[in-house]
Design a protein around this ligand. Structure first.
Ligand SMILES: *Cc1c(COP(=O)(O)O)cnc(C)c1O
Length: 400
């Protein structure tokens, strides 16, 4: 894969992000849902490292898309600054210092603490004085098994919901929970969580609290628990074409990985038997070898856990990494790849002909996993966005 119109920074290393793949993944996921089910695209951690803004721009007009979810208020503000007007839900706790801006920008809160409601109400009053008449839209988080954040689905906790309904300035828009084990073959735990959630929602409805948007499914839930698609779902990893875990069935849905990663050989040399490669001298050649140096390293997210284990693709063939990955460079064996010369393109993640190196593979191999590998891709790696095979945008971080 060789793109035209790349910037100088892309010569060293770049991530190619196919926006059409992301759209296709949304379509695939939506085909598992009822048409009424609202789709929330999770773009936290800069869209799992893929770039939240370009992806949100691309998806904003998608039919049936409710909006986006981020982890933090700052991530939500960044989307608003970029002109995204669709609803945005902050999935984590937001700190009171951000409330005025969140309310003014119609960013949805996840609530589960009493003091949050008090602080929201206070922020609303301050905004009123400034002539901004906005209600804070909140989604109540119910903890059905993660023990992370959320109120417990117990009778006595209905008081919190009641309080939310009665708090001035607050509009209860949604209620949700999150599965801890929906990505496992055995769905007993996730089914149990779902049951607790449904029972709690029923209890609330009996008490007269009807909440419009009930949502619990993550990517794994969407794919394998159709009964969990209520009024909405929150899709993260699958948007990017990655599988939530190795236990997922792959025959139900077709995902296309959106990101590939390309570098370039900058130096080729021969070494003799007995010579060591890289820090620590852990790789020692047993014969005469040709080795190539690639100017990418753990500072780019190509982590040190891949030392001596990973492969890259060069001229359609797998070349093993030799010795330790350095901060900014690593070496591979190209003894049997005569086409590998200085300037040859190297695929770190992606496909060349029949061969493919996946994010999942590198994630597992390095002791990270796909989610972590994706969001740890370094900010000095330019992101090149592709539509219909053409470069439509290049994002380069100025401060790294
Ligand atoms: C990250 C996250 C998601 C998305 O999960 P995926 O497994 O990436 O689909 C959904 N809901 C919550 C609360 C999350 O934190």
């Amino acid at each position: 894969m060789r793109e035209e119109n790349l910037t100088p920074a892309c010569q060293r290393l770049y991530a190619r992000i196919d926006l059409d793949a992301i759209k296709s993944n949304v379509k695939q996921l939506k085909s598992h849902l009822s048409p009424k089910c609202q789709f929330i695209a999770v773009v936290k951690a800069d869209g799992y490292g893929h770039g939240a803004v370009p992806i949100a721009r691309e998806l904003e007009e998608t039919e049936g898309l409710w909006g986006f979810a981020t982890a933090t208020a700052e991530e939500a503000f960044a989307l608003r600054r970029a002109g995204i007007t669709a609803p945005i839900l902050v999935l984590g706790y937001a700190f009171p210092e951000s409330y005025e801006q969140m309310i003014a920008e119609q960013i949805r809160f996840t609530v589960f603490r009493e003091d949050t409601l008090t602080e929201i109400s206070r922020a609303c009053k301050i905004l009123e004085k400034k002539g901004i008449h906005e209600k804070a839209r909140v989604h109540i988080k119910v903890d059905t098994g993660m023990n992370r954040i959320g109120i417990k689905p117990k009778e006595e906790e209905t008081a919190f919901v009641e309080r939310a309904f009665l708090t001035e300035g607050v509009a209860v828009e949604g209620i949700f929970t999150h599965f801890a084990r929906a990505d496992e073959v055995d769905k007993t735990s996730a089914q149990g969580q779902l049951k607790l959630f449904c029972r709690f929602v029923e209890l609330l409805e009996k008490k007269g609290y009807r909440i419009p948007m009930r949502h619990c499914a993550n990517s794994a839930g969407i794919m394998e628990m159709p009964e969990a698609g209520m009024d909405g779902v929150r899709a993260g990893i699958a948007l990017y074409g990655l599988w939530p875990s190795q236990e997922m069935r792959r025959d139900q849905i077709s995902l296309t990985p959106a990101l590939s990663l390309y570098g370039r050989i900058v130096y080729v040399k021969e070494i003799e038997a007995g010579e060591a490669v890289s820090y620590g001298g852990h790789f020692v050649a047993e014969r005469k070898m040709r080795i190539a140096t690639i100017p990418a390293g753990y500072a780019d997210g190509y982590c040190r856990g891949l030392s001596g284990k990973a492969h890259v693709l060069i001229c359609g063939r797998r070349a093993p990494v030799l010795g330790r990955i350095c901060m900014d460079q690593f070496m591979v064996d190209v003894t049997d790849i005569p086409g590998a010369v200085e300037g040859t393109l190297v695929t770190l993640i992606g496909r060349e002909g029949e061969e493919e190196i996946t994010m999942e593979e590198l994630g597992e191999m390095s002791g990270r996993f796909s989610y972590e590998f994706a969001c740890c891709l370094g900010k000095r790696v330019p992101r090149v966005y592709i539509k219909k095979g053409r470069v439509v945008e290049i994002r380069e971080e100025e401060n790294f």
